[in-house]
Design a protein around this ligand. Structure first.
Ligand SMILES: [Zn+2]
Length: 634
């Protein structure tokens, strides 16, 4: 039996339309599910809408509709959005579904039978926006921290869930299962909260005040508190208690939530499950917020374009890639159109897009798309093969830790390697000198692209499948598994490699000018774009010692340097007009060691020497004391 994977998004509250935060969580769930498909697992992906409570009643009143009609409308908008984002869920649950309501009643009865529900008179400070009581300690300047309004003192008789009884158990469970709540910052947040005494949870609302909810099975004058109702969707979506889905998928349940709903998921929910005699979920995965710099999002005729509208402008796969590459899962991230355009042009159009199109062009030109059986590989070929195969393990590790940005960076590292490999092996030269060698090189390029196409599929399904089609592969998208991806050279193309339009055309910033004119602005030209620390860290800067320097015949500017950077490198530098070759041996320089190799005046240069240039001439950048060759520059 294959191993299993179950992921849930929160069920989204239908008092407002979907926004970027909902889209991010749901795309992450889709990417994870597709990754687990690739890993050969049986997957189940649940999403849906949360439809009870005061806030829905208020929103429905504003819209002049009944709560149910209003919930139908907004729930429908969520359901209509997900296919547009290429999101494939298994089930869409609504808390107004009869099946869900039945499950809520079952759980309430089990918790009550267990002695964990009691009736009590309670006077407290209630925030109507949050639909909950606050303690003095939780308030900020006497106001609700979320709504910044003063709560009202109300006195009510209500049912309470004896959550305090499970405090010690929950602390122990979190301590014994380090990745129960992840990333760690949120685990620590929950543990910090649990250092104070846990109060019991009010789980009912009198119908005199609110009737839009699930009636308590043991008192028909009350409805269920909306959180107690909503959390149970994760069980009713699996047909708890008797359905086969529950048995198969509950033990591997992973929840995805944004940090604003950490407390109900990290505290209420495990205590509810424990009380009902159900094992807790496996992981609670918590992500941060997207900060929207609205000045940086397109303005069109005075209206701020919603981030989701950018899908129309820039394409779905670019949007999905951007969300997963830009946000470190768990931390907040900035959403800006500049960053989106930057990523499309650099990562997608330049790195991946160019690689695919130059490779396809060579396949067609040199072999009419049909590659002969590859002859023996050489050292550089094996290096690329090793890196491509290692990538699969590295990628799998990062995906299982939800380090999506790192998984993508690892894939892009290999994309960079293939680009370098092409420059270094120069297939266009081999085409004239050695067909055998050319066939080996092109085979290694195709195999590496095959691996890349499979690994980017969870993120960019349509583009990955297009790439697989162009490579003539017999399999596409979900037909791949990591086990098949690992089989180097076994997958025979079923049709010739074909040239095709660019996967990701370069884009211009599609913002309109300040005056509302149609002026497109290319951000790349206007300003030097900022790089992230990670991007900077991709540069391999090293201290080198020049062993030899020679003039290059017929070149006025270039010198050929042999430099020790922990290994010997040939580097061509444009410093001949400023330095005599005989003065250079023994001097130290800073080298960009992972620059793509390039041929200059017939000499292959593998690296670049850093120098500062201005009116006073060109000056090598040197350390202020002797440093061992090969030391990293940071
Ligand atoms: Zn509030």
């Amino acid at each position: 039996m294959p191993s299993t994977f179950y992921v849930t998004t929160p069920i989204y509250y239908v008092n407002a339309d979907p926004h970027i935060g909902h889209a991010y969580t749901t795309i992450v769930a889709d990417v994870l599910t597709r990754f687990h498909v690739l890993a050969g697992e049986e997957t189940y992906f649940l999403t849906g809408t949360d439809e009870h409570g005061d806030k829905i009643v208020a929103a429905a009143e504003r819209a002049g509709q009944s709560p149910k009609d209003y919930a139908d409308l907004v729930s429908g908008r969520f359901r209509a959005l997900w296919p547009r984002l290429n999101i494939h869920y298994n089930h869409f649950i609504r808390t107004t579904d009869e099946r869900h309501q039945e499950t809520v009643r079952t759980i309430l009865n089990r918790v009550k039978d267990n002695g964990d529900i009691y009736f009590s008179d309670y006077a407290g400070l209630y925030c109507f926006g949050c639909e909950r009581f606050y303690t003095e300690r939780e308030l900020v300047d006497g106001k609700c921290p979320d709504h910044r309004t003063a709560p009202e003192m109300i006195r009510e008789a209500n049912y309470f869930f004896r959550m305090s009884k499970y405090q010690e158990w929950l602390i122990r469970h979190i301590q014994d299962h380090p990745d129960f709540i992840r990333p760690e910052r949120y685990r620590n947040e929950v543990l910090a909260f649990l250092r104070e005494p846990l109060e019991d949870l009010c789980i009912s609302r009198p119908k005199s005040r609110l009737s839009w909810g699930i009636t308590l099975p043991f008192d028909e004058d009350f409805v269920t508190y909306v959180w107690f109702d909503a959390l149970i969707n994760y069980l009713s979506g699996l047909e708890y208690p008797d359905g086969p889905l529950f048995k198969r998928f509950w033990p591997v349940c992973q929840h995805l939530v944004a940090k604003d709903i950490l407390k109900p998921h990290g505290i209420y929910w495990p205590c509810m499950l424990k009380s009902a005699g159900i094992e807790p979920y496996q992981h609670l995965n918590v992500h941060g917020y997207w900060n929207l710099d609205e000045g940086k999002i397109s303005k069109s005729v005075g209206n701020v374009i919603k981030p989701l509208d950018l899908v129309e402008v820039y394409g779905l796969d670019a949007f999905r890639y951007f969300l997963l590459r830009e946000m470190v899962f768990g931390l907040d991230a900035e959403f800006s159109q500049d960053a989106l355009v930057g990523r499309i042009n650099a990562d997608l159009a330049n790195d991946l897009g160019n690689l695919v199109s130059r490779s396809l062009t060579m396949f067609e030109k040199f072999f009419k798309g049909e590659l002969p059986e590859p002859p023996a590989a050489q050292e550089w070929d094996d290096e690329l093969k090793d890196q491509a195969l290692k990538l699969i393990d590295i990628y799998e590790g990062y995906m299982r830790e939800l380090a999506f940005h790192k998984a993508l960076m690892a894939v892009w590292d290999v994309i960079g390697r293939v680009n370098k490999y092409i420059d270094a092996t120069a297939p266009w030269v081999l085409a004239k000198t050695s067909r055998q060698r050319l066939a080996a090189v092109m085979f290694h390029i195709r195999e590496t692209l095959r691996i890349v196409s499979a690994l980017i599929w969870p993120f960019m399904p349509a583009s990955a499948e297009k790439m697989q089609e162009q490579l003539g592969l017999p399999r596409k998208g979900p037909e791949f598994t990591l086990a098949l991806v690992r089989q180097w050279g076994k997958e025979k193309p079923v049709k010739p490699v074909t040239r095709a339009p660019a996967l990701f055309p370069r884009v211009e910033d599609k913002r309109e000018g300040q005056e509302g004119g149609k002026k497109a602005v290319d951000v790349q030209e206007k300003e030097v774009p900022l790089v992230s620390l990670e991007e900077f860290q991709r540069l391999d800067l090293r201290l080198g010692t020049i062993l030899r320097a020679e003039a290059i015949p017929k070149s006025k500017k270039l010198l050929k340097l042999t430099v020790d950077i922990g290994e010997e490198r040939t580097v061509v530098a444009g410093i001949a007009e400023h330095y005599a070759p005989e003065t250079l041996a023994g001097r130290q320089v800073v080298i960009v060691a992972n620059l793509q190799p390039a041929k200059l005046m017939g000499v292959e240069s593998r690296g670049m020497v850093l120098a500062a240039g201005g009116e006073g001439g060109v000056h090598l950048i040197v350390p202020d004391t002797h440093v061992p060759s090969g030391s990293k520059v940071r």
